[in-house]
Design a protein around this ligand. Sequence first.
Ligand SMILES: Cc1ncc(C[n+]2csc(CCOP(=O)(O)OP(=O)(O)O)c2C)c(N)n1
Ligand code: SF4
Ligand SMILES: [Mg+2]
Length: 356
Amino acid sequence: MADPKKPAAGAAAPTPAAPRQNRLGLTVVDYKGGKTTLCAGCGHNAISERILEAYFDLGVPPERVAKFSGIGCSSKSPAYFMTRSHSFNAVHGRMPSVATGALLANRTLRGIGVSGDGDTASIGIGQFVHLVRRNVPMVYVIENNGVYGLTKGQFSATADPGSTLKTGAVADLPAIDTCALAIQLGASYVGRSFSGDKKQLSALLKGAIAHRGTALLDVLSPCVTFNDHEGSTKSFAYVKEHDEPLQEVSWVPAFEDITVEYDPGTTVEVTLHDGSRLRLKKLEEGYDPRDRVASLARLLSAQQDGDVLTGLLYVDPQAPTLLDRLGLVEAPLATLPAERTRPPPAVLDAINDSLR
Ligand SMILES: Cc1ncc(C[n+]2csc(CCOP(=O)(O)OP(=O)(O)O)c2C)c(N)n1
Ligand code: SF4
Ligand SMILES: [Mg+2]
């Protein structure tokens, strides 16, 4: 008897389904990067996948995106998504100043920084805090594994006190919570997620891309080679067991009106600057991500209990960005001709006269 799953002899082979296209007519292949050289199972690889899918789904032209990073396994990640975008692999801990300069020079670029917990919270903390307090318009992803993966697993400044290395060394200093720090400094979009939580991370990334100021995402991303053992608080097992989601995050882009099912009494909706919406179904009674003081209090109490609070922790869609504060012209500075950047003689004469 003929096998019903096989085409009959002489029949044409079925045509494979055409790949899904986004609103620009591009397929996900147009958003791919180089082949990863990171360890198999490294959390950073999953984050790269979520990032490229988010830009694809939102229909952002890859050529309009500028990727920035420092040094570390995490900072190698921009090579593994969106080859067609601009990219700058900076010095260890110095990505924020490079990104700030580039985004000031060309305000039409959509910036994304990918950094590590060492790159951001250890060597780069001085640069990080100023990027956040300036509200530089960009997405900033910290791939947080609690160690310096690239240099063989020493503790970083986000390692929780009491956690151990494979060697048995115990972390004895207080951990820096980059989300609490960012909220305290006036950050305008702050979330925490886990590389293994596809749905939550995708929604938070899309919200971050649509946000107009600094959108900080601290993403727990286990280092399978140096920090995925029993004494670690950044291992797959620990995060799965202690993950405390604040809400279920749904994302509605400005260009698509999808009806998301939700229960009115338990949902908060945040409209971002471009008209897209984040719908947050509260799992926790009374949590409002627009309340800065409450978000800090929740973070500190979760920390005390050894829980990993995930979700959208804080958002202020209207906070002025660095570009607003500087009153930058709409045209990118990099494209302005000399006549527009050089003051005319009459202006210089007036300044000189005023100093006489
Ligand atoms: C100025 C400077 N100091 C030290 C180093 C060595 N170094 C390279 S990567 C790294 C830590 C990276 O850790 P993290 O940012 O957490 O990235 P991961 O590898 O864990 O993803 C260090 C200390 C360096 N490259 N440059
Ligand atoms: S050493 Fe750790 S952080 Fe680096 S690629 Fe391997 S698993 Fe990832
Ligand atoms: Mg690290």
